[in-house]
Ligand binder design. Structure first.
Ligand SMILES: [Zn+2]
Length: 386
């Protein structure tokens, strides 16, 4: 942005889809300029929740839209939903992105690379996206590097990473890097308030989500996440000094996790409806898209219970942290659960509890650890001894 140009004036010149990416003026101004002569590869670097994925979708829409990102047409709508037939997305299906056996091995580097040189399903450009690019295994990164070294024409690669430092230097140096700094609390709260959320609720959602705007928006609108938080704090409080209540707490949490999985399954089915014909079969141009959505759904459902438990334990760790803050004389302005009175725990046991909860989260994040119930029992029995 040159001196003498106000942010508002510069904003008016952005394509509508790019203008809608919140809170990242530098990145969006850069992307708008890049649209004139797109480079063959970009790396969007910044922490979770800083808006990289929204910006990727908007940039893809601007690259695929006949009018440069109107935000209204079919191409824009499909790209904004990551459903455009000319968009290919590679993401980890387990802990890493693997190299794969061959081009037919879906969601692997070889599969992705082979598609880079194919004619796209619809006329125009291709946009090839790698989510969590720092999780490319070394052999997978080598395969991707070859493609970046001999980029196919009319193809733009967009890599996303919260840990760009973990990417091989050879890949980083082939990409133009765009920084997405974390969004400030004032920005997240202000955005939610403008969208009609009451200020206290907006601030609570912002703190509980660690400043992640998408997550904060869901928390502010959907009662289910807050209900999960209320549940875990209640059962943890009941478990104090009572081992049998600790085991009952585990029971309640695991059954709530199952309910969450069931509800999610219903929600996900709805997402497929627009791409199916009257007989419930995918419409021809969307075959690949539907397959990808179904695979994503399977993965999400497989992880749903762990995801629910992780979110609950994250809220519980924050609750223990609030207790430490208050017990050691910190201001009540500093707490995360702004709507819950902290106090009643002593600082040292509360700090110890926080460590145990984080330990349990790490155990649950390990997918080879099959027994979630055992992890929870150990945690709640420890908490009952406080
Ligand atoms: Zn458009």
């Amino acid at each position: 942005m040159t001196a003498g140009t106000s942010a508002a004036e510069a904003g008016d010149r952005l394509p509508p889809v790019i203008r809608d990416v919140p809170g990242q003026e530098h990145a969006t101004a850069f992307l708008a300029r890049a649209l004139e002569h797109p480079h063959h590869a970009y790396l969007f670097a910044g922490p979770e929740g800083s808006g990289k994925r929204l910006a990727m979708r908007a940039f893809a829409a601007a690259l695929l839209c006949p009018s440069g990102g109107c935000g209204e047409c079919r191409a824009c709508r499909l790209a904004l939903g990551e459903r455009h037939p000319n968009m290919l997305v590679l993401e980890p299906t387990g802990p890493d992105i693997l190299v794969g056996k061959d081009a037919a091995d879906p969601n692997t580097a070889r599969w992705f690379a082979a598609r880079a040189y194919l004619t796209p399903p619809e006329p125009g450009r291709k946009v090839m996206v790698v989510l969590q690019a720092d999780r490319l295994r070394i052999e997978a990164a080598d395969v991707l590097l070859k493609v970046l070294e001999e980029p196919p024409t009319d193809t733009v690669f967009i890599l996303l990473s919260a840990r760009p430092i973990d990417l091989p230097e050879t890949i980083r140096s082939r990409c133009q890097e765009i920084a997405f700094p974390p969004l400030s609390e004032d920005f997240v709260v202000g955005t939610l308030v403008r969208e009609g959320v009451e200020e206290p609720r907006a601030r609570l959602a912002c703190r509980l989500s660690g400043g992640n705007l998408g997550r904060a928006r869901r928390l502010a609108r959907d009662e289910r996440d807050l209900a999960a938080r209320d549940l875990v704090v209640r059962v943890a409080t009941e478990a104090r000094g009572d081992p049998s209540a600790a085991l009952a707490a585990v029971e309640e949490l695991t059954s709530a996790a199952k309910d969450y999985r069931k509800g999610l399954g219903e929600d996900l089915k709805e997402e497929l409806v627009p791409f199916l014909d009257d007989k419930g079969k995918p419409e021809e141009p969307f075959r690949g898209v539907v397959r990808r959505i179904e695979e994503q759904h399977e993965r999400r459902l497989r992880r749903a219970e762990r995801e629910f438990l992780d979110w609950s334990l994250q809220a519980l760790a924050a609750y223990a942290r609030d207790q430490v803050v208050v017990a050691s004389g910190g201001s009540s302005e500093m707490v995360i659960h702004l709507d819950m009175p902290a106090g009643g725990w002593e600082a040292v046991p509360a700090a110890r509890a926080m460590g145990w909860v984080e330990e349990a989260r790490a155990d649950l994040a390990d997918e080879t650890n099959l027994n979630a119930r055992l992890v929870l029992e150990r945690l709640f029995l420890r908490l009952s001894a406080i």
